[in-house]
Write a protein that binds this ligand. Structure first.
Ligand code: CU
Length: 156
């Protein structure tokens, strides 16, 4: 990414999208819903969560993700190590036919590594997902409070 693009991103915060109004995103046999993230500081790491349903008859896999907001993104799981849970990078996330895979706090998640800008609550961070069968899917992750445990709480 060029310095010019980075500068433009730094100057133009992502337009906020009302998370409640976001319908599920359809990509081939996949339906993606509840894409959200947490507020995080520039230079740090952020987490991304979403729900992926496979309405088809063939297995698919989430292979990678990327975002202009981060140097790179990784796919992570949480594994128990003695008394603590640790994040571990995984090569892919399988979505079996008929299955719904939920990426959520304490479980599978996306990791924004090296944030080039802060993730601000109320804004939306763009992410491109790459699936083995469904191909590339670009969508916005609605940014919630830093300690949020789930997607937006509406009507509060
Ligand atoms: Cu992680």
């Amino acid at each position: 990414m060029t310095r010019r693009v980075l500068l433009a991103l730094a100057l133009a915060p992502f337009p906020p999208l009302p998370a409640a109004a976001q319908p599920g995103i359809r990509a081939g046999d996949l339906v993606i819903t509840q894409a959200w993230s947490r507020a995080a500081g520039q230079g740090g790491q952020g987490a991304g969560y979403l729900t992926i349903a496979n309405r088809g008859t063939a297995p698919d896999r989430l292979l990678s993700a990327s975002s202009p907001a981060a140097g790179r993104m990784e796919l992570h799981s949480m594994v128990r190590d003695g008394d603590v849970m640790r994040m571990r990078q995984v090569p892919a996330i399988d979505i079996a036919p008929g299955a719904t895979v939920e990426l959520r706090p304490g479980g599978l998640h996306l990791m924004f590594v090296g944030l080039g800008q802060p993730l601000r609550q109320g804004e939306t961070v763009p992410v491109t997902l790459r699936f083995e069968r469904a191909g590339e899917v670009s969508l916005g992750f609605a940014i919630q409070a830093a300690g949020a445990r789930g997607p937006a709480h509406h009507g509060h």
